[in-house]
Write a protein of this length. Structure first.
Length: 376
């Protein structure tokens, strides 16, 4: 970090620490929460392929979730103390999400051990598709709505009406509906107190992250004109990507530099950007306009998740090794979904200042897709 950027970062933390800064562990401790989203999506896809819910690998999925929990904690420990992490609201959330998901899946797992010999592996029925659509939509909604804020009563009533409207149903449908109905009732009872607790003012987290970004303006010696160029670029991206300059925090370095025979002025701005899924296209759009991230929420590192796919385990391992060797990438941990052996999720530690370059290099690797930036 350069001297100017370091001093700017320190000044912003003094002026507005609560609004500007997030702790480094927050990037890593969102792992279990987003694994929960993936699991709901995987379950919906599994049912949508007419696979019986009584043949789903529940125990392996539960074990995989707790491994993500442990590995997220280990990744966070690189930067923060045990007490800082354990006493944080992110640890509370991770414990609740992991325990809640375990309580949801464990009864199904036990039932499946008893009932799977009596049900076919496939259940191509109308009700099966209704359940699949519910889980897919639930996974989609989880990206923006916490699990404790879903309208479980309404969802349960809607599914009950669809079950009654089915012309033909199997015994597998009847048993599946009873299981899901009970599960939704339990979710509603558990979520009510959690919703109250997490909506307390001191537990609310804004839906945006503040960044420090940089633009080099070529052949410009007027610092105010250079600042205006950065403002204009951000404003042009604001509508599509929901980014904005925070309280007119735009700063010129105050020094003309030269590179490859061309002079330029460096301009910085504090901007707000959306968290999670919408953040990646915002980073790409800014980079296309010459604007690059320097710090995210006052931190120099951020966790990035990639999905790696291969036709077989050998190709999958080769592609994973290639991704691990990408410049500026520090591999953290990997996990699988225990459904599709040709897919693997890989978590990387990436410098904020090289974020766009690293995303581009990762995405250029064969079979690698950047799924997520855990931007605090």
């Amino acid at each position: 970090m350069g001297k100017f950027l370091r001093k700017l970062n320190e000044r912003l933390q003094i002026v507005d620490r609560a609004g500007y800064r997030r702790e480094q562990y927050q990037s890593y401790m969102t792992g279990p929460e987003w694994r929960n989203v993936e699991m709901a999506s995987e379950y919906g896809e599994y049912l949508g392929q007419n696979n019986s819910m009584f043949h789903f690998p529940y125990f392996r999925q539960i074990g995989g979730l707790w491994r993500v929990f442990y590995n997220s904690y280990q990744a966070a420990r690189q930067y923060n103390s045990r007490w800082e992490i354990i006493s944080s609201e992110y640890m509370v959330m991770d414990v609740f999400v992991s325990a809640f998901t375990t309580m949801e899946l464990l009864p199904k797992a036990i039932l499946s051990l008893i009932t799977f010999p009596f049900f076919n592996k496939e259940n191509p029925s109308e009700m099966q598709q209704h359940l699949a659509e519910f889980y897919k939509q639930y996974a989609k909604d989880l990206q923006t709505i916490p699990f404790y804020d879903h309208e479980y009563k309404k969802i349960r009533n809607d599914l009950a009406e669809k079950y009654k409207a089915c012309q033909n149903w199997t015994w597998g449908d009847w048993f599946s509906w009873k299981v899901v109905s009970t599960e939704l009732l339990a979710r509603r009872l558990i979520s009510s107190p959690l919703s109250w607790w997490f909506h307390q003012d001191n537990n609310l987290v804004p839906a945006t992250t503040d960044l420090l970004v940089k633009l080099n303006v070529a052949d410009e010696t007027d610092f105010e004109a250079a600042k205006s160029q950065l403002k204009h670029k951000i404003e042009s991206l604001s509508k599509e990507h929901a980014i904005a300059i925070v309280d007119d925090h735009v700063y010129a370095k105050g020094k003309i530099k030269e590179k490859h025979g061309q002079s330029y002025t460096s301009v910085y701005a504090r901007i707000s950007a959306p968290r999670y899924a919408a953040f990646q296209p915002a980073v790409h759009a800014m980079a296309q306009n010459g604007i690059h991230t320097r710090l995210l929420a006052g931190q120099e590192q951020v966790q990035v998740k990639c999905l790696i796919e291969g036709e077989d385990s050998a190709k999958l391992n080769v592609r994973q090794k290639a991704a691990n060797q990408v410049k500026h990438v520090n591999p953290l941990y990997t996990y699988e979904n225990h459904i599709d052996s040709t897919r693997k999720f890989c978590l990387f530690d990436v410098p904020a200042r090289d974020l766009h370059k690293t995303l581009t290099r990762l995405s250029s690797q064969e079979g690698v897709e950047t799924k997520f930036i855990h931007n605090f």
